[in-house]
Ligand binder design. Structure first.
Ligand SMILES: [Fe+2]
Ligand SMILES: [Fe+2]
Length: 319
């Protein structure tokens, strides 16, 4: 017998950020008891009693079995209560100081949402454009430091790689600024050396005119990504590094897959593969050092780090 539906979630399926977020929750245990309503596909001016389509597109809403409608941060906290992995976190956010915090965080996100949506849509467009111009020869915009003209997608990806390695150096600087833990310091110092080498190697093949104009932003973002978890101890640091490196491995792998090992950019491909293998090693080292599964809050933080990395790549590919 199927379980009764306890909660209905109203989200904007036309928004790439919301789609990604909802896909994450739909893959978790507990999702089967939730009804998922994509408001963008609803034609009527009202999606449910007391909730207009416009209001539902502007803010995340949920309705529980008793008919109570909640929106914003409170709605997320209510959704977490449905998922065993996040239940304790959802219950904690019922209490006033935390409720206030999650509501304000969601309101802040709403201010940033148009910019983040723009970035996420550009990333999707870029991918479609790259796929159309598979070898990129029709869209040349590149530098010729390795003797071959680089397609536009490759210059963009290298720009994001350079931004990423700049951020990686800053992550370990952030960790080392905060932590006094000897084990973490050794881990961060060893990784910092590798990241400095990656940065130097990418700088050697990417002229300054092709680099991101937002490098100060990547340094600050990287520093905070290292410093914040370092305040909470080794487990938070290892979980964060594992999340970052999981993303970076995929990002490098996608580029390597597109380059022909015997082609004009073979040397560049080999460099990217060397970097990728180091990142995989960093990821595995961090995973092995984790002595327990990350808790609900850490899972959400790591997810934020992964999404933030994806948006940073989308921006760095362009600017
Ligand atoms: Fe790196
Ligand atoms: Fe790394």
């Amino acid at each position: 017998m199927s379980e009764p539906q306890r909660l209905t979630v109203f989200y904007d399926g036309a928004c790439p950020l919301c789609r990604r977020e909802i896909a994450f929750y739909r893959g978790r245990r507990g999702a089967e008891t939730v009804t998922w309503c994509d408001v963008s596909t609803v034609d009527a001016p009202e999606v449910t009693d007391g909730l207009s389509r416009d209001a539902a597109l502007a803010r995340f809403h949920v309705r529980d079995a008793s008919g109570r409608l909640m929106s914003g941060g409170a709605a997320f906290a209510r959704l977490w209560e449905e998922m065993p992995a996040f239940r304790s976190l959802g219950r904690a956010f019922r209490h006033p100081p935390l409720r206030w915090l999650i509501d304000r965080s969601y309101d802040l996100f709403l201010h940033l949402r148009p910019g983040l949506q723009w970035l996420a849509r550009r990333a999707e467009d870029d991918r479609a454009e790259d796929d159309r111009a598979e070898d990129g020869r029709s869209r040349i915009a590149g530098s010729e430091t390795d003797g071959a003209v680089r397609p536009k997608w490759l210059v963009r990806d290298l720009r994001s790689d350079h931004a990423g390695e700049t951020g990686a150096v800053a992550i370990y600087r952030g960790i080392l600024t905060v932590t006094r833990n000897e084990e973490i310091r050794r881990f961060a110092e060893a990784h910092l050396e590798t990241e400095r080498r990656h940065l130097a190697d990418i700088e050697a093949v990417l002229p300054p005119r092709d680099r991101s104009r937002c490098l100060p932003l990547w340094r600050v973002a990287g520093f905070l990504t290292g410093a914040l978890p370092a305040l909470f101890g080794p487990r938070a640091v290892y979980a964060t590094i594992a999340a970052v490196e999981t993303f970076v491995d995929r990002h490098y792998a996608e580029q390597i897959e597109r380059l022909d090992p015997e082609g004009a950019h073979a040397a560049l491909r080999a460099l990217l593969e060397t970097c990728r293998l180091d990142e995989v090693h960093h990821r595995d080292e961090a995973r092995e050092a984790l002595d327990a599964e990350p808790g609900a809050l850490m899972t959400l933080w790591c997810r934020t780090v992964g999404s933030g990395s994806a948006l940073a790549v989308a921006l760095a590919r362009r600017v």
